[in-house]
Design a binder for this molecule. Structure first.
Ligand SMILES: [Zn+2]
Length: 245
């Protein structure tokens, strides 16, 4: 670099850094991970899928508790929507996420844990859901400014929804990849989009993980093992952490 070019280069560098900071601070879903809301699907009077001696609600809870422990080891705060076998409505789950608080400068994500079921026993494999890409998420603009609302104040509702989806899709891809690495013999059914309540109505990037099919006898057999629960929790944790890198 010639001495004459140096001042111009320094100016460009300053403006670039300023631009990076400005764009970083305008995306409330970017930054180091500070909180994971873990949502074990079903519970209490709602067992979820039941087949081959497995009740989904119980498997979901075991994985969720193990995931909480893995994330705690990594220094990440967690909130469980339920930590025992009781019924919790879908809006209750969203209310827990949407009333959570976490410090400025870090981000939060929502991870719902489920197991699949199908009418025939052949269906198998892992999949992760996000909401639809064009989904408008009203809660992003209805939160009180003194709670989470201030995070989204600089964005239009559609911009906030789009940024939330981008972060959800990246999280979903990362978690599915980690699950696939931990369970190479299980089929990857991919990242899918669906109109699911907890994915549509939570303020943070949100995914729903399907850890396999209780209706598939082989997968159900494997799900009954403590090693399945612990490996699945470790894999989901690794996926969450690598998405946040
Ligand atoms: Zn379920």
């Amino acid at each position: 670099m010639s001495p004459k070019a140096a001042p111009a280069a320094i100016l460009i560098l300053i403006f670039s850094l300023f631009g990076l900071c400005a764009s970083g601070s305008s995306n409330p879903f970017e930054g180091p991970l500070g909180l994971v809301v873990i949502d074990p699907g079903h519970g209490g009077s709602d067992p979820g899928a039941v087949a081959n001696g497995i009740e989904e609600k119980s498997l979901n809870l075991q994985i969720a508790l193990a995931l909480r422990d893995e994330l705690s080891k990594a220094g990440i705060n967690t909130i469980l929507t339920r930590d025992d076998d009781f019924y919790l409505g879908l809006q209750d789950r969203c209310d827990i996420a949407n009333s959570a608080d976490w410090p400025l400068g870090v981000t939060a994500v929502f991870v719902s844990i489920h197991a699949n079921s199908y009418a025939t026993s052949e269906a198998s494999g892992l999949e992760v859901y996000t909401c639809h890409e064009d989904r408008f998420v009203p809660v992003l603009t209805s939160l009180s400014p003194s709670a989470q609302g201030f995070r989204f104040a600089a964005l239009s509702p559609q911009e906030a929804s789009n940024l939330r989806w981008d972060a959800s899709a990246s999280l979903a891809g990362s978690v599915l990849e980690a699950m696939q690495r931990a369970f190479p013999s299980m089929k990857s059914r991919g990242v899918k989009q669906d109109n699911l309540y907890v994915l549509n109505c939570t303020s943070m990037p949100s995914i729903l993980v399907e850890v396999g099919f209780v209706s598939n006898p082989e997968e159900a057999q494997s799900m009954k093992k403590a090693s399945f629960v612990s490996s699945m929790a470790k894999a989901i944790c690794a996926g969450i952490l690598s998405a946040a890198d």
